[in-house]
Design a protein around this ligand. Structure first.
Ligand code: HPA
Length: 235
């Protein structure tokens, strides 16, 4: 047990699929895993462990934002011996080049967050996904005929901004979309010598102001989950 996870140590798999919403974790576990067992419900942050085509997998919610995913991913890596975390989430598009439901694989994220500085003094603004996990995800997408856009994204601390600077971040750093968790996840993986990746579906556009319905989101989410789960069979 850790401060925020009650699961027994060996009830968490080496590979964790991590949506933001704990109810999504429940949906993934009940839809795709064989023999899913509920292993955490502290603060409602549901985690399930089962097998996918015979491979032991844990699915756990991260909550929203870097402080939340920062806590859970750190405890999973450090206390539970987790080696791989694949975040599956949604993002807002910063460019007309992306459409709703497009699937992104994050290669690099930019953040103005103080997460790194506060965690270990690292003040750099960029963090990268694990090269090998991204390679497995790209190969799997090809095999499944799914189109993946390899992207640099913005990992933000603020959802509701009075003054949005997305155009500047797009022009300056090539940030194609925005979410709120990758930077902390990638940072923790780097600090602890572990692997992390992040798949995102475009759920809204800051350019056109379009957004998706929750029903439509569920469908595109399914595609992303299937890709993440299939990729885990490669490692
Ligand atoms: N901003 C931050 N996070 C998000 C967004 C957004 O526009 N859309 C989905 N996750």
């Amino acid at each position: 047990m850790t401060a925020h996870i009650e699961a027994l140590k060996d009830s968490i798999a080496k590979t964790v699929i991590m949506p933001g919403d704990p109810l999504r974790a429940k949906f993934i576990a009940e839809t795709y895993l064989e023999n899913p067992k509920l292993v955490n419900q502290v603060r409602g942050m549901l985690a399930y462990t089962g097998t996918y085509k015979g491979k032991k997998i844990t699915v756990m919610g991260s909550g929203m934002g870097m402080p939340s995913i920062g806590i859970y991913s750190y405890e999973l890596y450090k206390e539970y011996g987790v080696e791989n975390i694949i975040r599956v989430g949604t993002a807002g598009s910063y460019t007309k080049d992306l459409n709703l439901y497009d699937l992104l694989l994050v290669q690099k994220c930019y953040s103005e967050s103080s997460y790194g500085k506060t965690q270990n003094g690292d003040e750099s603004c960029f963090r990268e996904a694990s090269f090998s996990l991204n390679l497995y995800l790209e190969q799997t997408a090809q095999e499944m005929n799914k189109h993946l856009t390899i992207a640099t994204i913005h990992s933000s601390d603020v959802f509701y901004k009075e003054k949005d600077n997305y155009l500047e971040l797009w022009k300056k750093y090539g940030c194609m979309a925005c979410e709120m968790e990758s930077f902390a996840l990638f940072h923790n993986a780097q600090v602890l010598g572990k692997r992390a990746a992040c798949l995102l579906t475009i759920s809204d556009s800051l350019v056109t102001k379009e957004s998706t319905t929750s029903e439509q989101r569920q469908l595109s989410f399914t595609e992303m989950i299937e890709l993440a789960l299939e990729a885990t069979l490669k490692f």
